[in-house]
Ligand binder design. Sequence first.
Ligand code: FAD
Ligand code: NAD
Length: 472
Amino acid sequence: MADSFDVIVIGGGPGGYVCAIRAAQLGLKAACVENRGTLGGTCLNVGCIPSKALLQSSHLFEEANHSFAAHGIKVGKVELDMNTMLARKDDVVKQNTSGIEFLFKKNKVTYIKGTGRIAKTARGAHEVAVKTLDGKNETYSTKYVVIATGSETTPLPGVAIDEKQIVSSTGALTLAKPPKSMVVIGAGVIGLEMGSVWRRLGTEVTVVEFLDVILPPMDGEVRKQMQRILERQGMKFKLSTKVTKAQAAKSGVTLTLEPAQGGASETLTAETVLVAIGRRPFIEGLGLTEVGVKVSNRGFVEVDGNFQTNVEGIFAIGDVIGGQMLAHKAEDEGVATAEIISGQTAHINYDAIAGVVYTWPEVAGIGKTEEQLKDAGVAYKTGKFPFTANSRARANGDMDGFVKILADEKTDRVLGCHIIGPEAGDLIMEVALGMEFGAAAEDIARTCHAHPQLGEAVKEAALNVDKRAIHI
Ligand code: FAD
Ligand code: NAD
């Protein structure tokens, strides 16, 4: 036996590394097994961070091309240096992933580089077998195991990903130059974010979506307006359409499309195809069947309200247990699980977790959508405020979008908030805090907001829940 621990976390993504650090902070002897070679999981290596680095670079490129002139700034011909843009992105990733290694050292978390498998399980004494990255087999004993192995791209039958012509989000982060044309399959978060990156850099982007809407879980009004904004930016949409086949050739990829409900097929050719139809849990090689850990028919590890699986002492968090596949949700589950293991109580309010789409303008949503409130028969009030009426948005020249707050008709308690607008992801956080404290729309409306700030649009939307906004 190589060593023994209180907690071994399998997977070093935002769920796993945060869980291991919190466990160590609480005085537990913690280890984290990760097989990628770097810490930070999907999010830091091939997800949140590299995509945001490219979104920022491509946003600046678009601003320099189309917005500087209105500010009286002449820049001449703006040129793209793709190598530098990609190298900067890789450097941002490296800084972040090595930062986690530093945090492990600081908190005395043991970092085991290899692939973990739950080899044996007994009450209070589990065994994790690790095949190390340098080819050794080691076994560790532990009181608790936390499964945090994340997710992977959902494949689309008939469309084989080669990460060159037909790419997943990972391949879409490393294209050597903007393709002339790109078809994105799936109008979800990845499709719209990565589609925006390449459109801004000059690619003709067409998004093919099975449903008749984009961003399906978002509020209906947000979905409709965002589609109009993206179309105005030059992105094309083919909704209610399914892809049945992809044929890659030197000249490009030919896709066969059909109406979602069936009917006559057509073809669409593009230099590059991005498959972004969702992600599925990753549990391969973990030994779950052998030790009797239950998984759902979609492959998600099943847990109770304390993140414990059906096997005592084995917990699971993050993308691998389903729900919103978001880094901050995984992190909060990591903290809660470490605290539960150490004997504390912990709880996550899933109604107060914001989802953000980092297009420009950004889209952010928290709590219930209007459709969900209607379906549940909840009586609610709506307060809306457009960014055209916000002085800072005007000064910045970023006036697309609005803030919408939904509050309970009787109690005025905030039930949801939906924003399209500049920095929507940051703006929604005051609503998240309010919802955690059970705030009423009146509480937000009575809070003095600094001027001139984009956040005044949130205050005005809260005022408008009772139809008393000042600036419209
Ligand atoms: P992961 O981050 O997937 O980490 C799991 C880790 O476990 C991986 O490193 C894997 O290699 C490792 N592993 C798996 N099996 C084993 C094993 N047997 N032994 C050892 N190691 C193993 N979310 C946001 O909130 N905001 C964003 O802006 C955002 N952008 C994204 C952009 C893209 C392109 C993608 C793909 C995702 C994005 N996400 C974003 C989602 C986010 O990345 C995930 O929700 C998050 O990473 C989930 O964290 P996790 O810890 O559950 O799993
Ligand atoms: P998604 O679930 O956001 O969107 C997938 C889209 O593909 C949906 O609109 C769905 O209707 C559509 N679709 C499904 N099957 C299809 C088919 N056969 N043909 C055409 N369209 C089809 O998934 P994603 O964009 O792949 O992202 C995966 C996960 O990663 C998401 O859960 C998301 O939360 C997370 N993520 C988050 C961020 C962020 O927080 N900013 C960014 C990227 C990814």
